[in-house]
Design a protein around this ligand. Structure first.
Ligand SMILES: *[C@@H]1O[C@H](CO)[C@@H](O)[C@H](O)[C@H]1NC(C)=O
Length: 125
């Protein structure tokens, strides 16, 4: 299982470069005609899950507002894992500018997130 996760993460990074870890930094870079991936810790057994706030998209966009969930290597019940999100540049991307994308950690049946991460996305060449 551990091996599969490592292979999977390697495959992701091979396809599209770095996977940014939002647990460490909320600043990421995207190339003008490219995409990026970013991961963030998540524990769905609590009912909480990360969602991209759709209203913050425009300059960059995604095909999946709730990302892809990857369970952790640990088999402990409730240990959690992480969600991986992909962002794509649209035609509105201008090199040298930045945009921000908000992620909210919330229960689908509740309106208020318990945590918000404001990701600054720098557009590079
Ligand atoms: C992001 O871009 C705005 C202009 O749109 C600029 O004022 C701001 O300083 C930039 N932020 C960072 C962190 O570079």
């Amino acid at each position: 299982m551990k091996f599969m996760i490592i292979v999977f993460l390697f495959a992701i990074s091979f396809i599209s470069g770095e996977v940014y870890n939002l647990d460490e930094s909320s600043e990421v870079s995207i190339s003008k005609e490219g995409s990026l991936q970013m991961s963030i810790s998540s524990n769905p057994t609590t009912g909480y899950y990360w969602y991209i706030d759709e209203s913050t998209l425009g300059v960059v966009t995604t095909d999946n507002l709730d990302g892809d969930y990857i369970s952790s290597q640990s088999h402990l019940l409730g240990a959690g894992g992480s969600q991986i999100f992909t962002l794509y540049c649209t035609d509105l991307c201008v090199e040298g500018e930045n945009t921000s994308v908000k992620l909210e950690y919330m229960r689908s049946w509740e309106k208020e997130p318990i945590e918000i991460v404001d990701v600054t996305v720098y557009i590079v060449s």
